[in-house]
Structures are given as structure tokens and as C-alpha cells.
Design a protein around this ligand. Structure first.
Ligand code: SAM
Ligand code: SF4
Length: 345
């Protein structure tokens, strides 16, 4: 038992959520990209020779804490740290420790991370100690050679060791895989079976046209409707009511007993329940993954704004959250110029 388990839910008095957008949706989930850097170069995510941001443009740990905490104070209940690779950000565990105060006082329901897992073996126990309960690990293949090619040099063994460490530390693990027509389409059933065998949930993601990369994503695009149909030919998939307010739809695979999610960002059907916004490592708030809308909160913070002025800037951005997005995988150029590694997945 940790200090975080000791707070009974009914003991926490929650002020009403003040982050309601123009369409009446409450924003309860903030994803924070803590760095644009990464130790891998997944082909669908980054160009091989990425130009990373100058350090001065990236928010300091203090600024990240201040901004994320302002959202928590206004009603955000779930924080996800992402990137780039969050675990390569220097001082990341200090940030996790600071943010964990919101778990300890009951303001936050969940503090979590999306990681490529390469550094997880070193950090899993500490994350668990700080109150992280669940973690998403991105992994598209269990074949070492394919992993090396897809990530341009990554070592699968490190990720597997990271997943082991996370499970050993008592973290719940969800495996995320991008469905790639030519690379892992045939391996997906084995990947799902492996994840479920570990007691992990599994989520499949469609490729999204975010940022210029060298590969042709139209060519790698695999419709999850087709994947689902294929899986249904040998497994029984039972729809689950489980929903996160995001673009994932979940089923239980009766044969493995595990939960499987399908994230189809190109479909519009989740926008009406969208509860999330994203903060980049440069302090830009994007209220919709699929649009170019942006509010510069770094300018507000670095301009010396007090807490009230920062709140006003956040309200203004949330008030302008678009109703829905605009993705098309077949468009000649990416629908959105920024990379996923900048926005945070
Ligand atoms: N580095 C961490 C990781 O890989 O988990 C966190 C950041 S990464 C940008 C978050 C997620 O976005 C990963 O699951 C990755 O596979 C996914 N992703 C990156 N580029 C994508 C794209 N163009 N389409 C769909 N998913 C993408
Ligand atoms: Fe790095 Fe994650 Fe992008 Fe892969 S998907 S290059 S691990 S940020």
C-alpha cells in the first residue's frame, strides 16, 4: 500500500470542472509532450535526420509543472506524459515526482506515460513508487530485425526488459501498435496473443498523416476495419462498453481473455465525446489533434503572467476547441504539419 492508496475517493472534495468548451464538452485529460527528442526514429513518426528544437524553446521542468498543474487546478483529472520519448528527458523523474502531489491530494485520478520502453527497466520501480499505476508501451513487432528497421536502429531486447520491469513493479501495461500494411499486418494476431498472455491490454492504431516523413504513409495505411474483420474470422470479438472519451473502441477477445482496442483517428465518430487537449514541449496547446489550432501558453508563462492571467489564457484556448477534425490519409500533404513526436501521441 502506498500513500496514494490511502485516500478514500469520497474523502476528496472536488471543485467543479471549469474547463468546458464551446460545445459543452468537459476537458478532463491533458497530454503533455515533455520533449521532442527520442532515442528511436520510427519510420512513420520521424524523419531519419530530424532537426530537434533548440533547448531554449523547450519548456523547463518548472514551466511544465506550472502549466500542467494549472490544468489540474481547473479540472483535468488525467495527465499523460509523452513525447518524443518522455524517459529521455533529463530530470523527467523530478517532474513525475512533482506532479504526483496531485495524486496524493486527490486532485488527479491518474498520472501516466506513453513510452517506447527502451529506458523503462531503469525507471519502472520509481514510477510505481510515485503513484503511476498504468503505462502505455509502444511496440509494433516482436521480430528483432523488423524492430530495428522500423525504429531505425532500436534494440527490441531493451523494450522487452522494460515491459518485464514494469510488470514486475506492479504497473498495468498497455501495448500500443501501429498497424502497418507491409510490415506487421500478418504479425498482429501473434502480437495480440503475446500481450494478452502477459495480462496486458493491446491497442492497435491506424497511421495518421502527421508531419512530413520520408516513407509513403498511404502505402503503409491499413484500415483497422479490415484488421477487425480478419481477426473475427478466427476469434470471437465481443464489443465492450469500456470507453475513454478518445478514439479507441474496445472488444474482448474471448479466446485470449484480453482486451483489444482499435484507435481509428481518421473516423469522426469520437469528436463529440472528446475530453482531451495536448500541450507540446514548447508550451503550445492544441485542442484538436487533427487541426492546426494552437495557443501559445509559453508566451503567457514567460511573459510573467500570474495565475489568474494564465487561467484566462487557458479558458480562451479551451473555449475555442474545434468541434471536430479534418484528417484524410490520401491527401497529398499531411493534414497537419507537426509531427506526432512534437504533439505527443
Ligand atoms: N515515444 C513514445 C512512444 O513511442 O510511445 C511516446 C510518443 S509517440 C509519438 C506516441 C505514439 O504515437 C506511439 O504509440 C507511436 O507509435 C504513435 N505514432 C507516432 N507517429 C504516428 C503516426 N504517424 N500515426 C499513428 N501513430 C503514430
Ligand atoms: Fe520515438 Fe515514439 Fe516517435 Fe518512435 S513513435 S520515433 S519511439 S517518439
Amino acid at each position: 500500500m502506498t500513500p496514494y492508496d490511502a485516500i478514500p475517493a469520497q474523502a476528496v472534495i472536488r471543485p467543479p470542472n471549469r474547463l468546458i468548451d464551446g460545445f459543452g464538452r468537459a476537458v478532463t485529460y491533458l497530454r503533455v509532450s515533455v520533449t521532442d527528442r527520442c532515442d528511436l526514429r520510427c519510420t512513420y513518426c520521424m524523419a531519419e535526420h530530424m532537426t530537434f528544437l533548440p533547448k531554449a524553446e523547450v519548456l523547463s521542468l518548472e514551466e511544465l509543472d506550472r502549466l500542467a498543474s494549472a490544468f489540474v487546478d481547473l479540472g483535468v483529472r488525467k495527465l499523460r506524459l509523452t513525447g518524443g520519448e518522455p524517459l529521455v528527458r533529463k530530470g523527467i523523474m523530478t517532474l513525475v515526482e512533482r506532479l504526483s502531489r496531485h495524486l496524493a491530494n486527490g486532485a488527479l485520478d491518474e498520472l501516466t506515460l506513453t513510452t517506447n520502453g527502451t529506458q523503462l527497466a531503469a525507471h519502472a520501480a520509481e514510477l510505481a513508487r510515485l503513484g503511476v499505476r498504468r503505462i502505455n508501451v509502444s511496440l509494433d513487432t516482436l521480430k528483432p530485425d523488423l524492430f530495428r528497421r522500423l525504429t531505425r536502429g532500436g534494440d527490441l531486447a531493451k523494450v522487452l526488459a522494460g515491459i518485464d520491469a514494469a510488470l514486475g513493479a506492479g504497473l498495468k501495461v498497455k501495448i500500443n501498435a501501429v498497424a502497418l500494411k507491409h510490415d506487421n499486418a500478418e504479425e498482429l494476431p501473434a502480437l495480440i496473443q503475446w500481450a494478452h498472455g502477459l495480462g496486458a491490454d493491446m491497442t492497435l492504431i491506424e497511421t495518421m498523416p502527421l508531419g512530413e516523413v520520408e516513407v509513403d504513409r498511404t502505402d503503409q495505411y491499413l484500415s483497422l476495419a479490415d484488421v477487425r474483420r480478419d481477426l473475427s474470422s478466427f476469434w470471437t470479438l465481443t464489443d465492450l462498453a469500456y470507453a475513454t472519451g478518445g478514439p479507441a473502441r474496445y472488444v474482448r477477445v474471448e479466446e485470449t481473455g484480453g482486451r483489444l482496442g482499435f484507435i481509428t483517428p481518421l473516423s469522426h465518430n469520437f469528436c463529440e465525446a472528446c475530453n482531451r487537449v495536448r500541450l507540446t514541449c514548447t508550451g503550445t496547446l492544441h485542442t484538436c489533434l487533427g487541426r492546426e489550432d494552437a495557443s501559445d501558453l509559453r508566451a503567457v508563462v514567460r511573459g510573467g503572467a500570474d495565475d489568474a492571467a494564465l487561467e484566462q489564457a487557458i479558458f480562451a484556448a479551451i473555449g475555442a476547441k474545434p468541434q471536430g477534425h479534418d484528417f484524410r490519409i490520401d491527401a497529398a500533404r499531411p493534414a497537419v504539419a507537426r509531427h506526432m513526436s512534437t504533439t505527443g501521441g
